[in-house]
Design a protein around this ligand. Structure first.
Ligand code: AMP
Length: 412
């Protein structure tokens, strides 16, 4: 059976991550992963972090690279990765998969990447303004650097493509709906990986709480996403690290009018508003301290009341969404926590679930101390509560292999 090395690229707003898998039939083996972090002028002396781990000998990963290079911009960050990937021990990739949060209303299926497709997705940068510019940049660079390798785009919005009309359609005038303004959701690759992990015993009524720097809740019925908290953009839904989540539109109008007096143009005012709702709000805005949960927990332990309020607002907004999704699903069989906070922060999990006993959610305080994959519900809980790490890159490899196979079949 042929083994295919598949390269996966998954970028954040100031980081470029990659992994390399070996795919043979339905077998998948992670060979390498790496990241350039803290790209950009905000990092001290423009120094970022560059690391690569190999899983060939050690399941925990042997560090091949661990450096603090100067990475003032994306060009410098990408150059480090491109140079490394073109040398041994990296196998030349047979295919490359790119994570994309949202491709816009015309690109809703995972598919082969072309320059024209990139141009089309770029028209909808405003639908994921923190993520799309870097993803688009990397796609163009990779097509240039690896011109003979098939590239594929894998969308977070793909898993939410069949949302129910009541969840998908936003209550706005038809002119805007016709422009493609609707709920797309995000974290789809994470949710999809949870459903794949649970196979063949996917519970009928499942809620996935992906709690990381960005955070979302999804209602999944019989393995299909029927509603999700993020909206047109990842700014909507529950409060997250530095994003507002859902907010009274009157607040946005108030801030916009306030900015308009000082902005140089309407676009400038809109850009400033975008920065406020995406980068200065959420846990950071309320705590006035940080968007990072570990730092917030330390501040709470030292008696910081703003940090306490920020985390309380976070867990309160999650509790409200879980309650509403139990109503949407007509009950609950399983709740899964995932993402950096969902996997690691037992206090957040306990605070979210406190008071959810009437919905059949009861944590076992000892089991809840777990980190990584675990069952954390008490024996008397009618819904099973699990912690499962997301496997977005693995999902991308699966999509890439399926698309490659389909492509070969149509060529025959
Ligand atoms: P992610 O975006 O999935 O990488 O998650 C980032 C978030 O997870 C940040 O708020 C981190 O502070 C949080 N996080 C990571 N590890 C821990 C941990 N051990 N305890 C609490 N929060 C954590």
């Amino acid at each position: 059976m042929a083994t295919l090395p598949v390269l996966v690229l998954n970028s954040g707003s100031s980081s470029i991550k990659f992994s390399v898998y070996e795919a043979a039939g339905s077998e998948r083996r992670k060979l390498f992963e790496g990241e350039v972090e803290d790209i950009g002028a905000n990092a001290r002396e423009n120094r970022g972090k560059f690391w690569i781990k190999s899983y060939a000998q050690d399941a925990n990963g042997t560090k091949l690279v661990d450096e603090a290079p100067v990475v003032p911009d994306l060009d410098a960050g990408f150059a480090l990765i491109a140079k490394a990937l073109k040398q041994p021990p990296f196998p030349p990739p047979a295919a490359i998969g790119h994570r994309m949060v949202c491709g816009g209303p015309t690109v809703t299926e995972n598919q082969r990447l072309t320059p024209e497709l990139i141009d089309e997705m770029e028209r909808y940068t405003a639908f994921a303004p923190l993520h799309t510019p870097v993803a688009i940049y990397i796609m163009r660079q990779v097509l240039r650097e690896f011109p003979d390798v098939p590239n594929f785009v894998c969308l977070d919005s793909y898993f939410h493509r069949n949302l129910r009309p009541v969840a998908r359609q936003l209550p706005i005038p038809e002119a805007y709906s016709a422009m493609g303004i609707r709920r797309f959701g995000a974290h789809g690759l994470s949710c999809e990986s949870i459903v794949a992990h649970l196979q063949p015993y996917v519970p009928a009524r499942l809620i996935v709480a992906h709690l990381g720097n960005g955070a979302s809740i999804s209602a999944i019925l019989d393995g299909q996403s029927i509603d999700t908290s993020m909206g047109l953009t990842p700014t909507g839904g529950i409060i997250s690290g530095s994003r507002t989540g859902d907010i009274d539109p009157g607040v946005l109008l108030y801030i916009l009018r306030d900015l308009a007096g000082r902005a140089t143009s309407t676009v400038d005012a809109a850009n400033q508003l975008e920065k406020i709702v995406n980068k200065q709000s959420g846990l950071l805005g309320v705590s006035k301290l940080t968007n990072d949960m570990r730092s917030l927990r330390r501040a709470i332990a030292e008696g910081n009341a703003d940090a306490r309020l920020a985390v309380d607002e976070f867990t309160y907004s999650i509790r409200k969404f879980i309650g509403s999704y139990v109503a949407v699903l007509g009950g609950l069989d399983m709740l899964v926590f995932t993402g950096g906070i969902g996997e690691n922060d037992s206090a957040t999990r306990a605070e979210i679930c406190a008071g959810l006993e009437p919905l059949g959610i009861l944590l076992d305080p000892t089991l809840n101390q777990a980190r990584g994959e675990a069952k954390i519900s008490a024996s008397g809980s009618s819904a099973t509560v699990l912690v499962i790490p997301p496997a977005e890159d693995l999902m991308i490899v699966n999509h890439v292999c399926r698309l490659l196979k389909e492509q070969l079949e149509t060529q025959q």
